[in-house]
Write a protein that binds this ligand. Structure first.
Ligand code: TAP
Length: 489
């Protein structure tokens, strides 16, 4: 029997907003939220009204000075408590995520535990933020550089990582002394509301954390335009990121974590079995709905067919199932009809232009898949840059593979994109590794592994993939203003 607890937890958050430290029913229109594995309605969100947006921002503004005035150790203690509470309830929070986003429960639980880790990481960083005393230009003067929290943060997040993408902004804001109003994706709101409940349980003061649900074009846009929001922390598509930047009526700090179109280069010196394993993981995990998913792979001609055969076998071996009923499935449902339709469109485009189908290419068959947004992991060979799969972010379980001859050609192909988020290399030759790590125009380069983002290191994109960083010390500094104090003795 399928576990019913996520539906009971969701029922308690149905139509709720989290403002000023408490849940309360929203006054706006109700929008249905569906389980992407079944098509069943699991609950509703309230579309926050302009007055409710204003109320949440006002609550965050009011809470800002007292929160910023707490000693870092006190804010760190709150973050540690939050991390402990989230970890303790990871199993239930994961089930909530699975029924709104589609990823299998065990994978969702991994994401929740990483959010808990982020709480502890930023708790530790919070107590080590210090200013500087810098050399001065005249005797009798002292120059201090002080870091001060920016103020009220408006966080706008997508649906592919409903916990982590909210959590990184939340943890960095809390550690820095900022307060936050979060607008999660319309289709994955309950994970964010469940995180808000943990903030209340952790004793984080009223108004420091607020969650507003609703449509990005209305609620998100209202946060962007609100004069009392000091910074926008956005993760989502490049198109919406650019729109936010262009439509903001005030000068405002922004960090924009945007789309990707990530390449992988496999040279003839590589451990091909390891490269296949890495490619299968980073192309198909979370159904490829990852900004740092491998979208396109360039393989040196001498090992091209060997790599393709291996990746085809690896893709065929992956299980695709309802992630609630099968917690350890490799792939669950895709999050909605939209990324599935884009995956199908990119597949059809590539096949029409001469790509060779190596694996997948269709939805899994069987009654259990009816009503859900499922697709088999798909590998295409002989792809060219005439095909959408090689030039646009698919955001689905589809990867295009192409051969190359010279390393310079591989670097040229890999950089032939307006994006610059993450890139991957499998090679054992040191000269090749050096040329690729220097030549790839990306914010993240993973060599002989596919985990481009770790909590301790800065994570961000170049070009149309964004501005600013999350993770690491750099991710925390995004939430501070610098103040130069020049003192005459
Ligand atoms: P978007 O359509 O860009 O939506 C992201 C968020 O922005 C959602 O909360 C959305 O609300 C909101 N939004 C939409 N229009 C808005 C507006 N006019 N003003 C303010 N907010 C607005 O992205 P998505 O489809 O959810 O997510 C997929 C994209 O995110 C991919 O391109 C992926 O690469 C990118 N992504 C990037 C990263 C990093 S770290 N670079 C990580 C994950 C995902 P609604 O939900 O109501 O539309």
């Amino acid at each position: 029997m399928t576990d019913q607890t996520p539906f009971q937890s969701i029922a308690r958050m149905d139509g709720m907003l989290f403002i000023g430290g408490a849940f309360r029913p929203g006054e706006g229109a109700r929008l249905a939220v569906e389980n992407p594995a079944t098509g069943a309605v699991i609950g509703h969100i309230a579309a926050a009204t302009p007055a409710e947006v204003d109320e949440a921002v006002t609550a965050a503004r009011r809470a800002f000075r007292p929160w910023a005035a707490q000693v870092p150790k006190a804010r760190a203690a709150a973050l540690h408590r939050l991390g402990d509470l989230i970890a303790a309830d990871a199993a239930e929070m994961a089930r909530i995520m699975t029924v709104e986003q589609g990823k299998p429960v065990n994978e969702a639980k991994g994401e929740i535990l990483k959010l808990a880790e982020a709480c502890h990481f930023y708790a530790e960083e919070a107590i080590r933020v210090h200013g500087e005393i810098i050399p001065n230009d005249q005797p009798g003067f002292q120059s201090l550089v002080v870091r001060e929290p920016i103020g009220v943060v408006g966080a706008i997040t997508p649906w592919n990582y409903p916990a982590e993408l909210v959590g990184w902004k939340l943890c960095a804001s809390l550690a820095a002394g900022c307060t936050i109003v979060i607008k999660p994706a319309e289709i994955t709101p309950f994970t964010a509301l469940a995180i808000a409940a943990k903030c209340a349980e952790a004793g984080i003061p009223p108004g420091v954390v607020n969650v507003l649900t609703g449509k990005g074009s209305q609620v998100g846009q209202a946060l962007v335009e609100h004069p009392q929001v000091d910074k926008i922390a956005f993760t989502g598509s490049s198109a919406v990121g650019l729109h936010i930047q262009q439509s903001c009526p005030q000068v405002k700090r922004m960090s924009l974590e945007l789309g990707g179109n990530c390449p992988m280069v496999v040279t003839a010196s590589a451990d091909i079995a390891a490269a296949v394993k890495g490619a299968a993981r980073r192309s198909f995990r979370n159904c490829g709905q990852i900004c740092i998913a491998i979208n396109r792979i360039y393989v040196q001609r001498g090992v091209y067919e060997e790599f393709l055969a291996g990746l085809g076998r690896a893709a065929e071996a992956l299980s695709v199932q309802d992630g609630l009923a099968h917690p350890d499935a490799d792939l669950g449902a895709m999050a909605s009809a939209e990324p599935l339709a884009k995956t199908r469109a990119h597949l059809a485009d590539a096949l029409a232009k001469g790509a060779r189908l190596i694996a997948g290419g269709h939805a899994p068959e069987g009654a259990e898949y009816a009503g859900g947004h499922f697709f088999r992991p798909t590998v295409l060979a002989d792809c060219t840059h005439e095909m959408l799969v090689m030039t646009e972010e698919t955001f689905g379980p589809l990867v295009g593979v192409a051969p190359y001859d010279d390393l310079s050609e591989a670097i040229q192909y890999a950089n032939d994109t307006p994006y610059g988020l993450a890139s991957y290399v499998y090679a054992r030759d040191l000269i090749e590794i050096q040329s690729l790590s220097a030549g790839l125009d990306y914010g993240n380069v993973a060599i002989n592994n596919v985990d481009a983002g770790i909590m301790n290191a800065p994570y961000g994109g170049r070009k149309q993939s964004g501005i600013g960083y999350e993770h690491g010390r750099e991710g925390l500094l995004e939430y501070f203003n610098f103040k130069h104090v020049r003192l005459h003795h």
